[in-house]
Design a protein around this ligand. Structure first.
Ligand code: GLA
Length: 362
């Protein structure tokens, strides 16, 4: 084995969009044998193969083997980059500098994940970086999906030798706009398609969450998790309280909420830790964003068949979407999502995979 080998990045064709645009798939491998595959269609993390505590590899993200799987409207954002505004904007409108902007209502009366043709459906311009990273660029035109300003977005992916998949987001605009970028990977640490995630132990570094109304729009309150099924400050199985008779769990059909991350300092810090006891796989998510949407795959129902034709069960994957709070453009008290000309938006999210030591637990 070569010492200090730079993670490898290779490229292959992944197919064409219905409009005829060719799409590539990039494969990262690091010195420990981890493998991540990313396509420039939607910036999707197609696969992430990691070892269990005995060294057996599994692909821990949900998705499809082929581009056509992702092109169908039934793909619930598997692995994709989300923008221009990740999560929901209430009543599909917001006012900025005295001007009201109207967005497509694609989630009841609300706008979800950037609208009908969000960043998850864009063909991004790829560039292989000298340091072994992959850069994806997209220009979202002024007025696209109703949002103001030409927005240039650059997302770079690195797979490090310390088993981190690192995503760096950058953006610039030529008019005041709003922005909320995230990645929508669904994780199942037993391997995608291998049952549900109810036995996964989750820790969230958050004392508060943002309760929602029936359309999953935050009410504006930052509520303490204390004494509620939303308290994940100590590792707790996803399924331990998910069926409790709790108003917020009923509204979300499970967990589908934004947690307010505890922060000191501005750099990436630990937002979430997930451990799957039987394989020992552990996922840690670090971010500099103020929130994380913890979504437990409540809308998966076994009808979507993914890699190797395996169906994705109800709650067959969980998402940890690092983000600003939903509906921030209409919530003046939430941290601002406004980006102005001359400002540079920067954000980093790291997915770190390890294993827990002893068999059967920590
Ligand atoms: C997000 C939302 C969920 C759902 C999924 C996609 O996580 O919060 O309500 O829309 O995306 O199915």
């Amino acid at each position: 084995m070569t010492l200090n080998a730079k993670p490898k990045l290779t490229r292959a064709e992944f197919g064409k969009t219905p409009e005829g645009a060719p799409v590539q798939i990039y494969t990262f491998t690091n010195k420990n044998g981890l493998e991540a595959r990313i396509t420039n269609y939607g910036g999707i993390v197609v696969s992430l193969k990691t070892p269990d505590r005995k060294g057996a590899m599994a692909d821990i993200v949900l998705g499809f083997d082929t581009l056509s799987g992702y092109l169908t409207s039934s793909s619930p954002y598997f692995g994709a980059l989300i923008g221009r505004y990740g999560n929901r904007i209430g009543h599909s409108r917001f006012t900025l500098d005295g001007v009201e902007y109207k967005l497509a209502a694609n989630n009841g009366e609300n706008s979800l994940h950037g609208g009908v043709h969000g960043f998850n459906k864009a063909v991004w311009t790829p560039r292989e970086l000298p340091d072994g990273g992959l850069e994806l660029t997209y220009l979202s035109k002024d007025g696209e999906e109703g949002y103001p300003g030409n927005l240039r977005v650059i997302v770079t992916y690195h797979l490090t030798d310390v088993n981190e998949l690192k995503l760096d987001y950058a953006a610039m605009t030529d008019k005041d706009t709003v922005l909320n970028l995230t990645n929508h990977s669904y994780f199942n640490l037993k391997g995608g398609g291998n049952g549900d995630i109810l036995d996964h132990l989750v820790t969230l570094n958050a004392d508060r969450f943002t309760p929602v109304d029936a359309g999953l729009i935050p009410t504006g309150e930052l509520r303490s998790v204390s004494g509620t099924p939303f308290d994940f400050r100590k590792a707790t199985a996803v399924g331990a309280r998910i069926e409790q008779n709790d108003e917020q769990l009923k509204l979300g059909k499970g967990y589908d909420h934004n947690w307010v991350l505890n922060k000191n300092g501005t750099g990436p810090s630990l937002a979430a830790r997930v451990e799957e006891p039987s394989s020992g796989r552990v996922l840690e998510v670090l971010t500099d964003q103020p929130g994380v949407q913890f979504y437990t795959g409540n809308f998966l129902d076994g009808t979507i068949k993914g890699k190797d034709g395996k169906p994705f069960a109800h709650r067959g994957g969980l998402c940890l979407e690092t983000q600003h709070f939903p509906d921030s453009p209409n919530k003046p008290k939430f941290p601002s999502t406004v980006l102005k000309p001359g400002q540079q938006f920067h954000s980093t999210t790291i997915y770190r995979v390890t294993t827990s030591g002893a068999s059967g637990g920590r």
